[in-house]
Ligand binder design. Structure first.
Ligand code: ADP
Length: 306
């Protein structure tokens, strides 16, 4: 009897000790999770604040100058105010889009048309920026044209983010290639868009994290380029919404630098429901995409970017 009671007491003692150990381990884990979250929050606030402060400082400085010296370089100042205002608006829109995508509040709006012409137009819209930074931007396609259903706004956001990053992380006299092809993903015909650059590349250990929101490989104030670590998270969410896939490779094959992002989007040859009432802002780009398709000669087949 006594032995049984002693056994029970011992068992209870071990049980309590184990419980205490588990509790302690849980609390230590929780404390380190909270610390990590805290660091991430601080990093986010610093990045976001910086992203807002820089354009706001330019806008205020330029506005002040137009008041003090209204006759001096007015067009330039207005241009700077507009450009920095647009940058701010884009950041706010991206943040909103990200949270709307997460809560499933963004709908697809397909149109029927030549997606190659549209992508060519998109690349062309980045040409002057590339040129001003002394970088070469190339458009390569194995397809002359492809009539299918696509969502222009989502495609624009995906391609813009990838091209902006490629430009941002590629030093002067570097090359950026956007190539288009097609492949089969699980027997589904897919459009393949690859953005490849000869830039600084991404360290292997960081590759699994770059699609996390607010993640930046280098978040020091002296890092090359600006950004809040939203672009790739948003891109991935958009690709998911389109039931596609995004992959990254760095360094690129045949080189010890550069990054290559490949987006695979299932091809729908006909839009089941064509979006009605697309925003007016799309009328001109789409008309220009159509006309460029007829006038611009196609570049040769994709070449490796080393
Ligand atoms: P950011 O707004 O900081 O550019 P992104 O989400 O677009 O945020 O990208 C996350 C991080 O991935 C970047 O901060 C950068 O470190 C890395 N990255 C993205 N694209 C490239 C690229 N083409 N070359 C090198 N690094 C890249």
């Amino acid at each position: 009897m006594l032995l049984v009671a002693a056994g029970r007491a011992l068992f209870q003692f071990y049980l309590n000790r184990e419980k205490l150990r588990n509790q302690l381990a849980y609390e230590t884990r929780e404390a380190s999770r909270i610390k990590e979250l805290d660091t991430a929050k601080t990093r986010l606030y610093t990045n976001i604040t910086h992203e807002f402060r820089t354009p706001l400082t330019v806008i205020m400085g330029m506005a002040q100058q137009t008041l003090e010296k209204p006759d001096e370089n007015l067009a330039f100042k207005q241009e700077m105010i507009l450009r920095n205002g647009q940058q701010l608006l884009q950041l706010v829109n991206e943040m909103l889009d990200l949270s709307r995508l997460e809560s499933g509040k963004i709908a697809l709006r397909f149109i029927q048309g030549d997606v190659i012409a549209f992508l060519r137009y998109m690349v062309e819209s980045f040409h002057s920026l590339a040129e001003s930074q002394q970088k070469q931007l190339h458009f390569l396609s194995t397809l002359q044209e492809l009539d299918c259903a696509y969502d222009p706004e989502k495609l624009r956001q995906i391609v813009s983010n990838l091209l902006s990053n490629a430009l941002k992380f590629t030093p002067e006299s570097g090359n950026i290639y956007l190539s288009i092809g097609h492949s089969f993903q699980n027997e589904t015909p897919s459009l393949q868009i690859t953005v490849k650059d000869t830039g600084i590349g991404i360290p292997e250990a960081q590759l699994p994290h770059i699609f996390d929101r607010f993640y930046q490989v280098d978040d020091s104030p002296t890092r090359p380029g600006e950004g809040a670590g939203i672009g790739l998270a948003l891109t991935k969410e958009l690709v998911n919404l389109l039931q596609g896939e995004i992959r990254v490779k760095s360094p690129v094959t045949g080189s010890n630098k550069g990054a290559e992002f490949t987006v695979l989007l299932p091809l729908q040859m006909a839009a089941e429901t064509i979006a009605e009432g697309l925003p007016d802002a799309w009328a001109e780009p789409l008309a220009r995409a159509k006309s460029t398709a007829c006038n611009t000669p196609l570049l040769p087949n994709p070449v490796p970017a080393n």
